[in-house]
Design a protein around this ligand. Structure first.
Ligand code: LAN
Length: 768
């Protein structure tokens, strides 16, 4: 089924040609369609407005996520109920008072919110949304397509035009580009964007290129780019391989008992360094061309390319990019391996190691239906397959799956951080809508969502899991789609929580419950994820090695990437899911769940900070972590009266409430690991709908309503005040994060969490 959404045609194109989004079993693909129907014309007119509005606000709010990702939602909006809430709600909600908000007002606001949100639900039951943010992903794809000589086939003219628009839109005022859309300029972002713009056809003397080049060269040139940037440049043929620290594929042949074995790394790290090691092992380099020769001249500060000191370049990194500086031990290690490299290069060992890496790459491709675990290894794996055999079936299967990562919005076409956040958003959406108490009115929407949850559960393990360093996945839920299939602890848990919620509702209205055997499979996965040592849960696998392995982290821009650490989010979600399951099926895995509860609870308490908060690793930041911490404690038996840890957490949250009644946290909290208030242009605290909702959800769960409901009334007002006339909520600054330093957009959060918080507000506060 084709869905017309934000359409972004070529400037000046005739008729109603539009970008359309196709969603099937969660797979999202954007296609440019020539269409002259009235609908298409209307959508095109709408997209032109959105783009113009975006372009005009960009100058002033350049890096604030405030203006992004609004327009794509309006294609199918429904407006029933909106006027009512405006009339009844806004005027009363706006006055700043501590009094309870009238229940009818809240209900009308929630209705308007759900009406809007269900209008953008896809026919397969999930909510498609923009999962962009990082700026270092798309250039890799553009470089790969160029090296493969398949720019036309992989990117095409329409995509290239939108990609160029996107890159230009995210140039900072100083001419550079950040690691992510809201970040300060970095060498990584700027060099890769520069190369991408040039490969997309922009001339070196275009003003955007001149400015970006100036940014690069004035800071020492592309030798200062972090190691992942160096790697891409080497593949393109505009950087020398001996100017890179080694990535020897032989490390895969080490015995697994070594804590340093790559099979023990965090799966994202492992899956990126795997194809990198193959490409490094064969020194995979694109053909030289006039353009690559030109780039060799443009990117560097030295008088000529031949004058570059590659040995010095190996460890060079611009200060703007340095988040995790190499410890000296790494420099010693790489220098020693560099000495061995000439002997390894054409050896039989190298051949065997590359063959082994290639087998693992094919395994990953086949078990994710060529989507791969993430956008980085997707592109590297495709390139490996091409270097192995440019005419292979593998290359043919890879190319159509590029579309799964591309998203069009008013800022242009971007490469997303994953193939979407489908299951994750859907599982939260179900819980949020049910919490509003309006489920009966929106049973059609929940029934569809139920279908998505049902269909996206992973039904089997991958073959020979141990041999390929994989964890079990039968019964798990993925973050995005079943096709992708990598299991995750908290996605499984939120999937299970949503499934259990729906299973308790009328089957005739809300769809058939998932059979208990399949829910028990999920419980089995969640239990298997708990780490014996810490008692906590990591993301995709168990923690397989020690924290000190982080010394080997070669990626200067990312922190905490080497092993899969236990996190408050994953642990709390797992505990909540296990407890919810136990309530409903007290006789299944009783002992195991009781043990997990007791040890998991200890873990949560142990990692709570002295100020009562928890650091959130996957969204901004302490409000997010503390929401999980609080719900985990409550699920495992805490009450405000009996648990000092819970009381401390509540005090922490209350201490951060702004005068406006909301909470607002800056992404700097993630980077700096201390609480940073979100500020407006004048430096005053600014509320964020999503932070406000997390704080509210935690406080309400702790029983705040019966102690002192006034902070909750003020928080509810803050949310209501910000709702848009059409029932939507504004997209505010970026809320997702990974590896402490890179931000990523969760565009559905602005709908899900305010609804959820208002829902809990009406039920719990009214009851108190
Ligand atoms: C994600 C997205 C989802 C996220 C949650 C489920 C929300 C979290 O609770 C656990 C971690 C997880 C699964 C997660 C890990 C890191 C990911 C995969 C991402 C943030 C999406 C993109 C990111 C990935 C590492 C980006 C590619 C970049 C590299 C540095 C390899």
């Amino acid at each position: 089924m084709w869905v017309l959404r934000c359409a972004q045609g070529e400037d000046g194109a005739e008729g109603g040609d539009v970008w359309t989004l196709n969603a099937h079993a969660g797979r999202q693909t954007w296609t440019y369609v020539e269409d002259d129907s009235t609908d298409a014309r209307a959508v095109r007119a709408f997209q032109d407005d959105a783009r113009a509005a975006y372009a005009s606000t960009r100058a002033t709010v350049r890096h604030s996520g405030d203006v992004f990702m609004r327009a794509q939602y309006d294609g199918r909006r429904k407006t029933r109920g909106v006027e009512t809430w405006r009339d009844v709600g806004a005027s009363r909600a706006l006055d700043a008072s501590d009094a309870e908000v009238d229940a009818d007002v809240v209900r009308e606001a929630m209705r308007a919110g759900i009406e809007y949100y269900r209008g953008i639900q896809d026919d397969d039951g999930h909510w498609a949304s923009d999962y962009g943010g990082p700026m270092f992903l798309m250039p890799g794809l553009i470089i790969a397509a160029h090296v493969m000589g398949k720019t036309e086939e992989i990117l095409g003219e329409r995509r290239r035009a939108e990609m160029l628009r996107y890159l230009e839109n995210h140039l900072n005022e100083d001419g550079g580009v950040g690691l992510h859309i809201e970040g300060h300029s970095t060498m990584f972002g700027t060099v890769l964007t520069y190369v991408a713009m040039r490969l997309l056809g922009k001339e070196a003397d275009a003003p955007e290129c001149v400015e970006a080049r100036e940014w690069i060269v004035s800071r020492g040139g592309a030798t200062q780019v972090p190691s992942w940037g160096k790697f891409w440049l080497a593949v393109l043929g505009v950087y020398e391989w001996h100017g890179l620290n080694p990535v020897p594929p032989e490390c895969w042949l080490l015995p697994y008992w070594l804590p340093l074995h790559p099979g023990r790394y965090w799966c994202h790290c492992r899956m990126v360094y795997l194809p990198m090691s193959y490409l490094y092992g064969i020194r995979a380099t694109g053909k030289p061309s006039a353009l690559t020769e030109a780039l060799k001249k443009e990117l560097y500060a030295e008088t000529s390319y031949d004058a570059i000191d590659w040995n010095r370049a190996r460890n060079a990194c611009a200060k703007e990019d340095l988040y995790y500086p190499h410890p000296w031990i790494q420099d010693v290690l790489w220098a020693s391996i560099m000495k061995l490299e000439p002997f390894l290069m054409n050896s039989r060992l190298r051949k065997a190691a590359c063959a082994d890496a290639m087998r693992q790459i094919h395994y990953e491709d086949e078990n994710t239906r060529y989507i791969d675990i993430g956008p980085v290894n997707k592109v590297f794996n495709m390139l490996c397959c091409w270097f192995e055999d440019p005419n292979s079936e593998a290359v043919k299967k890879h190319i159509p799956r590029v579309a799964d990562y591309l998203w069009v919005a008013e800022d242009g076409m971007k490469m997303q951080g994953y193939n979407g956040s489908q299951l994750w958003d859907c599982a939260f959406s179900v819980q949020a809508i049910v919490a509003t108490g309006l489920a009966d009115e929106y049973s059609d929407c929940l029934r569809l969502a139920h279908d998505y949850i049902d269909k996206s559960q992973v039904r089997d393990d991958c073959p020979d899991v141990k041999k390929w360093y994989r964890h079990i996945s039968k019964g798990a839920w993925p973050f995005s789609t079943r096709d992708h299939g990598w299991p995750i602890s908290d996605c499984s848990s939120e999937g299970l929580k949503a499934a259990l919620t729906l299973a308790a509702m009328d089957e005739k209205k809300f769809g058939k419950a998932i059979p208990v055997e399949r829910l028990a499979d999920c419980v089995n996965v969640i239990l298997s994820y708990q780490n014996r040592g810490s008692g906590g849960w990591a993301t995709y696998e168990n923690t397989r090695s020690y924290k000190w392995v982080e010394w080997l982290n070669p990626a200067e821009t990312f922190g905490d990437i080497m092993i899969d650490y236990p996190y408050v989010e994953c642990s709390s979600a797992s505990l909540q899911a296990l407890c919810k399951f136990s309530e409903r099926y007290p006789h299944i895995r009783t002992k195991d769940i009781a043990h997990a509860k007791a040890t998991g609870r200890k873990f949560l308490k142990r990692i709570q900070r002295a100020d009562g908060s928890w650091y959130g690793s996957w969204a901004v930041c302490f409000t997010y972590g503390t929401w999980f911490g609080v719900l985990g404690l409550i699920a495992t038996g805490s009450t405000y009266k009996t648990c000092p840890a819970l009381r401390k957490a509540v005090d922490f949250l209350l201490s951060k409430q702004q005068e406006s009644g909301g909470w607002g946290e800056s992404y700097l909290s993630c980077e700096k690991k201390s609480y940073h208030e979100l500020l407006d242009a004048e430096g005053k605290p600014k509320p964020h709908l999503v932070n406000t909702s997390w704080a509210m959800l935690a406080l309400i769960a702790s029983g705040q309503a019966s102690r002192d409901a006034r902070p909750l009334h003020r928080a509810a007002r803050s949310i209501l005040r910000q709702q848009c006339e059409n029932g939507d909520f504004p997209q505010q600054s970026i809320m997702g994060v990974f590896n402490a330093n890179c931000m990523i957009s969760y565009s559905c959060y602005r709908s899900i969490f305010p609804l959820w918080a208002l829902g809990e507000y009406t039920s719990k506060v009214a009851d108190a």
